[in-house]
Design a binder for this molecule. Structure first.
Ligand code: NAP
Length: 483
């Protein structure tokens, strides 16, 4: 993937230093933002040391820059930079100099640029913008602020359409959701992408630093997480740590998404070849209709938490089930044929019921809304029981699948603690905090306890292996999750 480092420094000497550092770190081109310098330089000779092609930019205020010169003064400066050895000039599409460029800036390659720091227009408008500029035979660059998966989908679709014209272009998404378009710009059909020299020196939101970008190589593994909201997730830390520990060039991104946008996100996954995606609340069930295949474990649970992109076919899996099974195994907790109580009747409860059914356990479900418990019981050949009644029964395993005790939720026990007994296995699906009031109480009464953090770690290990073919070490994932 070719990358241009955008250099924003206050004077020539610093700009040249940054250009040379960019060159050293593998930049294929550099862009010098002259509009961000304190003064326009008289002497451009120091730039002769820079061997990679150079782009001169004097961005106007309406396009996010600081240049206040009139057209004639800009033209004079551009003529000087061309004489000074700059191969490319970046001119805003809206600039009146664009019409004069062929005559007045002969010898320079003009990059026709367009920036919208507020929004991404619809596909047709993006393509229209690209076509109008490309008709002059120039390299066209357009960057839009990506605020939603729908925006991202429009950008990727526009790139796909415009690629068919054979014109050279660069189409970039700004902001966190636009990051994937910068990482996979070659798959978008772009000539090159833009990067920052280092973190903190970005000239546009969502720009990566050149060392990280080049470190990803030609075929990075891109994975991520969708759901809404995503703020609390540990997954990015765990997966990025696993990429690093195993020396796999890859990155884990966040794709917050509404239910209506799920189909668009899946289409972006296919178009850009995003290798895998974790799915979390509230999309674990609704995502299934957008997939090409759902594996038997996920079908049994009725929920997908991992999508694997196998040559464009999206396959839904459920590593919550395999993860919690691994957590039981690692704790030496055998529930085969035992009597188990599941508290709750949502997605996590279904995952536990699926595992317990495989273990031929005698499953009992209790839930605030008993009708939901009955539905789950029917799907997993289980029985339902009221909270009060459950407390006086004997269970070999008790599992909490409600959010009670989770950070931000009521600090309450989901059931009467008299249900706990010495020798019992007690697990909480909650991973934050690691020791919930439920686990603390069970432990105090002699039960063997397993934290939801174990399930989280093992499900992430299974997902990573499904995407990359390599299994990360438990210690790497747990270390990244703050254990
Ligand atoms: P869900 O589908 O929304 O189900 C929540 C369940 O909790 C429902 O049965 C609900 O009862 C019950 N509930 C909610 N608030 C309650 C309250 N105030 N009092 C009593 N019951 C209440 O959620 P989920 O996906 O199953 O997640 C449940 C928990 O598991 C969450 O804390 C989640 O973070 C955790 N989890 C952990 C992992 C992991 O890897 N460790 C994976 C998945 C989930 P009603 O039916 O009456 O609404």
């Amino acid at each position: 993937m070719k990358a241009c480092v955008a250099v924003a420094e206050k004077d020539v000497n610093e700009a040249v230093r940054s250009c040379l550092a960019a060159q050293e770190r593998g930049a294929d081109l550099v862009e010098v933002r002259f509009d961000l310098m304190d003064h326009l330089p008289e002497d451009l000779a120091p730039f002769k040391q820079v061997k990679v092609p150079k782009i001169a930019t004097l961005r106007t205020a309406d396009q996010g820059g600081r240049c206040a010169l009139d057209d004639e003064a800009r033209l004079r400066f551009f003529r000087r930079v061309v004489r000074g050895g700059f191969e490319h000039i970046d001119l805003e599409v809206s600039s009146s100099l664009m019409r004069r460029a062929d005559h007045d800036l002969r010898g320079a390659n003009v990059i026709a640029s367009y920036h919208d720091f507020e929004k991404t227009p619809k596909v047709s408008k993006i393509v229209e913008t690209l076509v109008s500029v490309a008709s002059h035979g120039r390299l066209v660059k357009a960057a839009f602020m990506v605020r939603s998966v729908s925006d991202l989908h429009d950008l990727v679709s526009a790139a796909k359409l415009f690629s068919q014209t054979q014109h050279k272009f660069i189409l970039l998404g700004m902001g966190e959701l636009g990051e994937v378009t910068r990482l996979l710009s070659d798959r978008m059909g772009c000539e090159f992408t833009y990067a920052a020299l280092e973190r903190g020196k970005e000239t546009a939101p969502g720009q990566m630093d050149i060392a990280t970008l080049k470190g990803l190589g030609q075929k990075p593994i891109i994975t991520g997480l969708t759901g809404q909201p995503l703020g609390h997730s540990y997954s990015a830390k765990m997966h990025d740590a696993a990429f690093e520990a195993l020396g796999i060039p890859g990155r884990y991104l966040k794709f917050p998404c509404s239910e209506e946008e799920l189909g668009q996100l899946m289409s972006v996954m296919r178009d850009l070849g995003i290798n895998g995606m974790n799915v979390t609340i509230p999309h674990k069930e609704s995502v299934m209709e957008h997939l090409d295949e759902v594996d038997p474990t996920a079908k049994n649970v009725g929920a997908v938490n991992v999508i694997v992109n196998k040559d464009g076919r999206l396959i839904g899996r459920n590593t919550d089930v395999t993860g919690l099974a691994a957590a039981f195994g690692a704790a030496g907790a055998d529930v085969r044929g035992k009597r188990a109580l599941v508290i709750g009747a949502g997605g996590a409860a279904r995952a536990f019921c699926s595992f317990l059914r495989d273990q031929k356990a005698d499953i009992w479900i209790t839930n605030r809304t008993i009708s939901r418990a009955e539905e789950v019981a029917e799907d997993f050949s289980a029985q339902t029981i009221g909270h009060g009644e459950a407390a006086s029964e004997r269970f070999d395993a008790v599992i909490n699948c409600t959010p009670l005790g989770m950070a931000g939720f009521p600090h309450e026990l989901p059931i009467d603690p008299r249900v706990f007994r010495p020798g019992q296995v007690v697990m909480d699906a909650i991973y934050n905090p690691r020791i919930t009031p439920f686990l603390a109480e069970a432990g105090a009464r002699g039960a063997k306890t397993i934290s939801g953090m174990e399930m989280l770690i093992y499900q992430a290990m299974d997902a990573f292996e499904a995407w990359t073919g390599q299994r990360p070490a438990y210690e790497v994932m747990s270390g990244a999750a703050g254990q």
